[in-house]
Unconditional design. Structure first.
Length: 577
């Protein structure tokens, strides 16, 4: 069986592996994976809802408006009628024009953060809030004993069991133990049931499980009192059956500690693959300088932004070694039609940092780690929220080191740092789409004229002609994705990534909003308006409000969301001053 979907321009055949997964359990979803697109409903949703519909929630702007001013978050909290055991904290901030700053605010109940119900408030440089607020306040939280806790061991067992529950009855899936988990994260939170408005103390747990046959991403919301799993998901990706012999490779040195006396240089080597050759790297005028770190006669693909590791066909990220080579030898990692996946990933991630600086977006969590040559003939790429991992492809794909694929995976790390998590189905559709939008905007940035050259993604990694992974202008091409909320129904919400992809196309191509402006509106929405499990409606509302705050033509955004079945009449624009 194959583990991918390739979209032909006209013909689409359902891959057997996808059908296999769906049959065995309809609740498996694929998170973070660019190519594998399988998703199940966590809960059956009969209509799309906004946080505004939660019983007892209140729109913040009905309590506070400009020109009221507040000298501190505590003063603002009091004006919003937060209880004495609740505090408001700034979680992130973005500069707007005219010296204004837009802040994302999180409500804490006895020191425990409340999921989902975030607020936005605008402040001056001196920290005074100008009364412009938005977002929905949660219903009153009754008494919650937040000192109750579960040990990390207990939560690790629960997390491993989540993974096992999603693969029960499968003889080909190894049983996971707590000790197998990597990147295990447990965050104590208060979860508000959006149907009843009731609050509960929970843990949000997530981890990566990487074994020889599978990669799994279990995650769940666990009741802190009973230990019951309230809701969960577990993405599964299959590796190819293969003997992991490991090829001999003399270019890889030990992990280096970069200290002093290092410089940068432009090693001469080829990038790209047979379908999309280039860039041509080197020191000459018409070549692109890789700006690699150079020390003691070795080129090292590590700097303050990114560290590129090679896994040399292994699957355990801990076995990764920083790519290091003598300039005269080159990285020597040509495979499956690509000249040097390591050099390409290095180049594109560094370019992404330049792109983000130019777009005025800060990314604090550096250096990021990028792993190339993951497993053997792995036809996919993924991010576990912290690392980017790229396979070498095989029959259907070239190595997944193309500019837009790298940018898509990078975007997952960026999004993860904002605490917006791919969890509820609708947020998966929204976030996958944001990663597509990030990738498309980055591709445009790489073009000399800064404009979009075509509205596809992943075209350089597919081997067949006329195949691609995304089509923004018509996401439904290929028959898998939906591009209108009214068509989505109860189908797998991953299919919904076409909704925002299509809206983005409309905003840029049909409404003529410059792509970087549209990108900034979506990015500010992710940073300030989207929260853990917000769905299509609230996320579109966030983009609309972010666009308005950036002084963009908000009507263009309103119209394009209407075209994809999202009516934003419930989402009022709030004055910024
Ligand atoms: Zn993705």
């Amino acid at each position: 069986p194959t583990s991918f979907i390739v979209f032909k321009a006209k013909v689409y055949t359902e891959p057997p592996f996808i059908a296999d997964l769906i049959t065995f359990r309809s609740v498996i979803n694929m998170i973070h994976l660019l190519l594998i697109v399988v998703l199940g409903c966590l809960t059956r949703v009969d209509s799309f809802s906004s946080l505004s519909q939660t019983p007892g929630s209140i729109a913040a702007e009905t309590l506070v408006q400009p020109p009221q001013q507040f000298r501190s978050v505590d003063d603002l909290a009091a004006a919003l009628h937060l209880k004495s055991d609740q505090t408001l904290q700034i979680e992130s901030s973005v500069k707007l024009s005219k010296g204004l700053i837009q802040n994302k605010l999180r409500i804490y109940n006895n020191g425990v953060p409340i999921r989902n119900f975030i607020l936005q408030a605008i402040s001056f440089k001196n920290g005074t809030f100008n009364g412009a607020v938005s977002g929905w306040l949660p219903p009153p939280v009754g008494y919650i004993n937040s000192t109750i806790s579960k040990s990390e061991d207990e939560l690790a067992t629960i997390t491993a069991n989540i993974a096992n529950n999603y693969s029960s009855g499968r003889s080909d899936v190894e049983i996971a133990c707590a000790a197998d988990l990597t990147n295990h994260t447990c965050i104590k939170q208060i979860d508000i049931n959006t149907t009843t408005g009731k609050a509960a103390l929970v843990y949000f747990v997530r981890a990566t499980l990487s074994t020889n046959q599978l990669i799994r991403f279990p995650r769940g919301i666990v009741d802190a009192v009973t230990g019951n799993v309230i809701t969960s998901s577990a993405a599964i990706s299959r590796r190819k059956d293969h003997n992991y012999g490991g090829k001999s490779c003399d270019i890889i040195g030990d992990i280096v500690n970069i200290v002093s006396k290092e410089t940068t240089c432009c090693p001469e080597l080829k990038g790209g693959n047979l379908k999309c050759p280039g860039p041509n790297y080197g020191p000459k005028k018409k070549q692109i300088c890789l700006n690699a770190t150079y020390k003691d006669g070795y080129v090292i693909l590590a700097n303050k932004n990114v560290e590129v590791y090679t896994l040399d066909n292994q699957v355990d990220l801990r076995q990764g070694k920083i790519v290091k080579f003598k300039p005269e030898d080159g990285p020597n990692d040509e495979i499956n039609g690509a000249s040097s996946p390591a050099a390409d990933v290095w180049y594109y991630v560094n370019q992404i940092f330049d792109f983000m600086i130019e777009s005025n977006v800060t990314f604090p969590h550096t250096p990021v780690r990028a792993y190339v040559h993951f497993a053997d003939k792995f036809e996919n790429s993924f991010s576990d929220g912290t690392n980017m991992v790229f396979g070498d492809g095989d029959t259907f794909l070239y190595p997944l080191s193309a500019a837009d694929v790298v940018a898509h995976e990078f975007a997952h790390i960026f999004v993860n740092a904002t605490r917006v998590s791919n969890f509820r189905d609708e947020s998966i559709g929204s976030l996958e789409s944001y990663c597509d939008i990030f990738a498309k905007s980055f591709s445009a940035y790489l073009n000399p004229d800064g404009k979009v050259s075509d509205w596809t993604l992943g075209t350089c990694v597919t081997k067949q002609d006329n195949t691609t992974l995304r089509t923004f202008d018509d996401p439904t091409r290929g028959g898998f994705f939906k591009d209108n909320l009214t068509d989505l129904g109860n189908s797998f919400f991953y299919k919904g990534l076409g909704i925002f992809d299509r809206a983005f196309y409309c905003i840029v191509q049909e409404e003529n909003v410059p792509i970087n402006d549209a990108f900034k509106a979506f990015t500010n929405a992710v940073l300030l308006f989207w929260s853990e499990s917000t769905g299509f409606l609230d996320n579109a509302c966030g983009v609309y409000r972010a666009a308005s705050n950036l002084q963009l033509n908000a009507t263009s955004f309103f119209n394009c969301f209407r075209n994809v079945g999202i009516d934003l009449h419930f989402c009022s624009l709030v004055r910024t001053q």
